[in-house]
Design a binder for this molecule. Structure first.
Ligand SMILES: Cc1cc2nc3c(=O)[nH]c(=O)nc-3n(C[C@H](O)[C@H](O)[C@H](O)COP(=O)(O)O)c2cc1C
Length: 151
């Protein structure tokens, strides 16, 4: 069974809602044979990364960058993952109140280094979390999980 690893830093109710919606999307009707594992960015596990088939990353924009938590996750898993995870599919969402471009650019640069394959454009979500924003993480997760059905 393919495994989708959702790595997130979700310290507010709004960010938690985006995560919950992504988890629901990854288990959407019609998606079979994909195990979803949810992990805190502050708890990086290179073995879990190696044992997963695709990656979905969720973070707030903080000070023009990804959260320190997600950066910490990359710091720990990057080198051990270089050999094992090239060309695996990934997606990400970044939530902010005004500007997510720096965070998205940073994630894309690291993902390029890992040779991960974006299945959807990075999702920049601005403003209070509502059903419309949550629907976008649902769609992103469903699309990524659907990709893994063929893995
Ligand atoms: C220290 C700090 C830095 C932040 N920097 C940014 C930023 O650079 N860009 C942005 O759009 N939002 C920024 N924000 C807003 C957070 O991204 C936002 O609070 C977070 O996504 C949670 O949103 P919520 O409170 O609506 O759930 C920052 C928030 C804090 C506390």
């Amino acid at each position: 069974m393919a495994r989708l690893l959702i790595v997130h830093h979700s310290p507010t109710p709004g960010l938690r809602a985006l995560l919950d919606s992504a988890v629901a999307g990854a288990a959407a009707p019609g998606i079979d044979g994909v195990e979803v594992v949810v992990a805190e960015a502050l708890d990086p596990d290179p073995d879990l990364v190696a044992a997963s088939d695709g990656y979905l990353l969720g973070t707030p924009a903080n000070l023009g960058y990804m959260s320190g938590a997600l950066k910490h996750w990359f710091d720990v898993v990057y080198n051990p993952s270089l050999e094992h995870t090239a060309r695996r599919p990934f997606g990400c969402w970044v939530h902010g109140e005004s500007d997510t471009t720096g965070a998205i650019a940073a994630i894309e640069k690291i993902a390029t280094g890992l040779q991960w394959r974006a299945v959807q454009p990075p999702l920049g979500l601005i403003g209070p979390v509502d059903d419309a924003l949550s629907g976008q993480t649902w769609e992103l997760a469903a699309a990524l999980a659907a990709t893994l059905m063929d893995a």
